[in-house]
Structure formats: structure tokens, C-alpha cells
Ligand binder design. Structure first.
Ligand code: SAM
Length: 259
């Protein structure tokens, strides 16, 4: 190898004057190995860059203002919560399949729902619908403790593994029906439901602390759902309609209640 470089050097030295030969060597060695292309995104740098672009264009650009939410979205590696095949799409603003007919929500909706919770950092938060664990990871940067419930055991297990592997130590995943909340860990300052139901499950309302915020999609049919934020004030519901959304339906006990 050295011999080849040396003889190549001698030939080049005859063709080019000394200065330009060393310049050429400098250019060759400073270029380094080729970066992976965006189409076959594999490098952590590429993911980090796409993530920052997503935060600017799809989140800040569409009205997400909370600095801490934007920072959390710039930190959480969404590509590690999806399959390898989906990774090139990790930082596009769209939901992606995570198996079992479920999806990881689109980043803008994750940021919007998180912002609506108005977290200051010391809260206990409950999430219903762990899915991939991505939303829980975002919440973990903004709250003290995050409790999240997933009804499909294989998804709960995978989310638990992913969160542990990345090192999220303030997130607890339970396999079960989120309709009933997590009584022993409540009451919660904030509750986030990431599957739609006709109405707020009563146990969740009971586990919401006074002045707490609950954010969830309401509505049965996929096409007619609205995202709401409900505040508990003096034990009463103060409801704000936020925007139209499309979420997978909540399953389990809520469905027999709806009948
Ligand atoms: N937050 C998730 C993420 O970051 O990947 C996305 C959630 S996905 C849109 C909705 C999830 O809610 C699905 O994983 C679904 O299995 C779960 N789900 C539906 N009904 C549920 C219930 N009664 N209790 C707990 N999880 C439920």
C-alpha cells in the first residue's frame, strides 16, 4: 500500500510541481470516506440533521412555540422507535406503521399534544397508548415521571425495551387497558390519550389532579375526531376544541361502554 502511494507520488511529482502535488494529497485525505446518502440514511449525524430540519420546518414553522418542547423534539431519536425499513422516513412529518395495525403519531401532532399539556418539569404524567414509546420519550424530557399504558402486549414489551436501551429512566410502561388509568400512581398533573374515544373515560378524569390538563382525541369515526384539552377547575370540566385529527380508536373497556 505504502509502496503504491510512494510510486504514485513519484509519478505525480513529475507531472505536477511539488506544491500542487502536496495540495492534491491534502485534498484527497481531507475529503475522507463518503457520507451515506440521505436516501439510505444510516449515519447518526444525518439523522440529527434531519431531526433539526424537521423541528424548524414542521414544528416551529407550523406554530409550535414552547422552547422546551422544541428542544425535546430535537433530542429524541425517532428513528430508534421504528423498524429499520422505515428509518429513512423517520423525520418526515407523518405517522408510520409500528406493527399490530398501529402507528407512531406524526411529529407535529406529538409536539402539539405535548405543548398543550403545559409541562413545567416537576409533573407526573400519564399517557394512554404507549405504541412505540416515542411520545413517552418526549414527555420524559419535560416532566418528572411518565407512566404509560399499552393494551397490546407485544408493543408494550418493545417500547419498554427501546426506552431502556436508549436510557429513559423516568418512564414506566404498563401492559393493560388504559381506560382504567394507573390508580396507584395517580393523581396526575397531566394525562395524554393517543387513541380516540367517544368520551373521556371516567377513571382517567378521576385520576386527573385539580388544575390538571387532559389532552385527547374525541370521536368514534376515524374521519370525525377533534383534539381537545380539558382542564379540571373546581372539579369541573373546561373544554377547549383544538383541531381536527385522525387517530386509531381506543380499544378495550371503552368500547363496551360506548355500546
Ligand atoms: N403514542 C404512541 C407513540 O408514540 O408511538 C402512538 C400511539 S398509537 C397512535 C395508539 C396506541 O394506543 C396503540 O398502540 C394502541 O394499541 C393503543 N391503545 C388503544 N386502546 C388502548 C387502551 N384501551 N389502553 C392502552 N392503549 C391503547
Amino acid at each position: 500500500m505504502n509502496i503504491t502511494i510512494l510510486s504514485l507520488g513519484r509519478i505525480l511529482n513529475r507531472v505536477f510541481p511539488a506544491d500542487s502535488f502536496f495540495l492534491l494529497l491534502l485534498v484527497l485525505f481531507s475529503v475522507g470516506p463518503a457520507r451515506p446518502s440521505m436516501a439510505g440514511q444510516t449515519g447518526e449525524d444525518d439523522f440529527a440533521r434531519s431531526r433539526r430540519e424537521m423541528v424548524e420546518k414542521d414544528l416551529r414553522g407550523r406554530g409550535i412555540k414552547d422552547r422546551k418542547v422544541l428542544e425535546a423534539m430535537a433530542l429524541v431519536p425517532r428513528h430508534l422507535f421504528i423498524t429499520e425499513r422505515q428509518r429513512p422516513l423517520a423525520y418526515e412529518d407523518r405517522p408510520l406503521p409500528i406493527g399490530e395495525d398501529q402507528t407512531i403519531s406524526q411529529p407535529y401532532i406529538v409536539a402539539l399534544m405535548t405543548e398543550l399539556l403545559e409541562l413545567k418539569g416537576g409533573e407526573k404524567v400519564l399517557e394512554v397508548g404507549t405504541g412505540s414509546g416515542y411520545q413517552a420519550a418526549v414527555l420524559s424530557h419535560l416532566a418528572k415521571e411518565v407512566y404509560t399504558i399499552e393494551i397490546i402486549p407485544s408493543l408494550a414489551e418493545r417500547a419498554r425495551e427501546t426506552l431502556a436501551r436508549i436510557g429513559y429512566a423516568n418512564v414506566w410502561v404498563k401492559t393493560g387497558d388504559g381506560f382504567f388509568g394507573w390508580e396507584e400512581k395517580g393523581p396526575f398533573e397531566a394525562i395524554l390519550v393517543t387513541a380516540s374515544a367517544e368520551k373521556i373515560p371516567e377513571p382517567l378524569w378521576r385520576q386527573l389532579r385539580e388544575e390538571g390538563r387532559l389532552v385527547m382525541p374525541l370521536g368514534g369515526e376515524r374521519k370525525r375526531q377533534k383534539l381537545v384539552r380539558v382542564r379540571k377547575r373546581g372539579g369541573r370540566r373546561h373544554v377547549e376544541d383544538i383541531t381536527g385529527v385522525i387517530f386509531v380508536p381506543m380499544t378495550g373497556a371503552v368500547q363496551s361502554e360506548a355500546r
